[in-house]
Design a protein around this ligand. Structure first.
Ligand SMILES: Cc1cc2nc3c(=O)[nH]c(=O)nc-3n(C[C@H](O)[C@H](O)[C@H](O)COP(=O)(O)OP(=O)(O)OC[C@H]3O[C@@H](n4cnc5c(N)ncnc54)[C@H](O)[C@@H]3O)c2cc1C
Length: 338
């Protein structure tokens, strides 16, 4: 198999994709697997501190991704032709030659390369990346969900001037300030709880009537004296204003326009799955825009599988790791039969 071919291409190197790679490689180390995407650009590496992985007490996201990357790299055993003599090892006849395969490239390869487009080809699929073109027999799509940007009025004008898309990354810059955080779900709840360590006052604007986060987070939010939650806020009514930097924000609550004077706005919204790289494959989607999968995480396109939030899976690290892992195993089963 040439250097530009592989058996399995995993698109996405967050914890879903890395887990799929570990499963697939452990199940069949003879196959050539390439991982696309940037592990240290994944959500977990950039934002997380995870405390709900069974068996791991609490771990900073970037350290967890580092451990997964090291695990993948350590699985990448290379065999070389090597002479072993009795001077080195007792019990093995002199001049025994250990036969092995000389690998010019890793069998399980983290490419740190982004995929631009995927199309069908004679042998399976052709993947065009920022650095190369590759043929593969099978694919796992594990690209996660993109951040939703450019949705709030004034957002683009004030990026890095008071607007941030990551409370955990930039919160410390707003020490003693008044801020707003906009979004829904566990990561917004976690973001607000993180901000409470630094900021004087935090207003959480939630677009639904429910924050859709874990109760343990909600309890802490509701009992934090410097956090206020506002529900049912129409995102299109929010407007950030200021001169050089953010000075305030307007929003509509019921029929009233409210105004907050503040210094920072954190926008933590998740977008719909971005399937532009596979637009040529006609993959079936759910009504909500997620990739539609069967019980074994296969899609309607033979050889294409999906794992994690891109197929609507719950956005919890242990769930996504399990989903990635089982998809890795299912693909190996599929490859046995073709
Ligand atoms: C602030 C925050 C805190 C969280 N805390 C917790 C927690 O405490 N507990 C918990 O269980 N969960 C938590 N989560 C949720 C969960 O852990 C993450 O959402 C998880 O990181 C998703 O992993 P993923 O691999 O599916 O996707 P991502 O982490 O989004 O990774 C996607 C990968 O795809 C790659 N990619 C994207 N497009 C392409 C392309 N075109 N070509 C190649 N590669 C591509 C990216 O480079 C990246 O490597 C948290 C999330 C956030 C944001």
């Amino acid at each position: 198999m040439s250097n530009n071919n592989c058996d399995l291409a995993i698109i996405g190197s967050g914890l879903t994709g890395l887990s799929a790679a570990i499963a697939a490689y452990c199940k069949n180390p003879d196959l050539k697997i390439k991982l696309f995407g940037i592990p240290f650009d994944s959500n977990t590496a950039k934002k997380g501190e995870i405390e709900n992985i069974p068996g791991i007490n609490k771990i900073v996201g970037v350290d967890f991704i580092q451990q997964l990357v090291e695990q993948v790299q350590s699985l990448n055993l290379e065999f070389t032709q090597e002479k072993i003599s009795s001077e080195h090892m007792d019990g093995i006849p002199k001049e025994t030659i250990m036969e092995g395969i000389k690998q010019d490239f890793p069998v399980l390869d983290i490419t740190n390369d982004m995929v631009k487009f995927i199309s069908s080809s004679e042998k399976g699929f052709n993947i065009i990346t920022e650095q190369q073109s590759i043929e593969t027999k099978s694919i796992i799509i594990a690209t996660g969900l993109p951040e939703l940007k450019h949705t709030i009025k004034g957002e683009d004008k004030f990026v890095h001037k008071g607007v941030s898309h990551c409370a955990v990354c930039d919160g410390a810059l707003f020490r003693g300030k008044k801020v707003v955080i906009i979004g829904i779900g566990n990561f917004v709840a976690r973001g607000a709880l993180f901000l409470r360590k630094y900021c004087r006052k935090i207003t959480l604007l939630c677009p639904n009537d429910n924050l859709e986060c874990d109760k343990r987070f909600l309890r802490k939010l509701e009992t934090s004296s410097n956090i206020k939650i506002k529900y049912n806020i129409d995102l299109s009514s929010i407007e950030i204003y200021g001169n050089q930097t953010v000075e305030g924000l307007r929003y509509q609550e019921e029929s009233e326009i409210k105004e907050l004077s503040l210094n920072g706005v954190f926008i933590e919204l998740k977008d719909k799955p971005d399937l532009s790289i596979v637009s040529d494959l006609n993959i079936e989607k759910t009504e909500e825009g997620f990739i539609k999968t069967q019980v074994n995480n296969s899609t309607n396109i033979k050889g294409v599988f999906a794992a994690g939030t891109i197929r609507g899976e719950l956005d919890y690290a242990p769930v996504l790791m399990g989903d990635g892992y089982k998809t890795g195993l299912f693909v190996i089963d599929y490859l046995k039969d073709i």
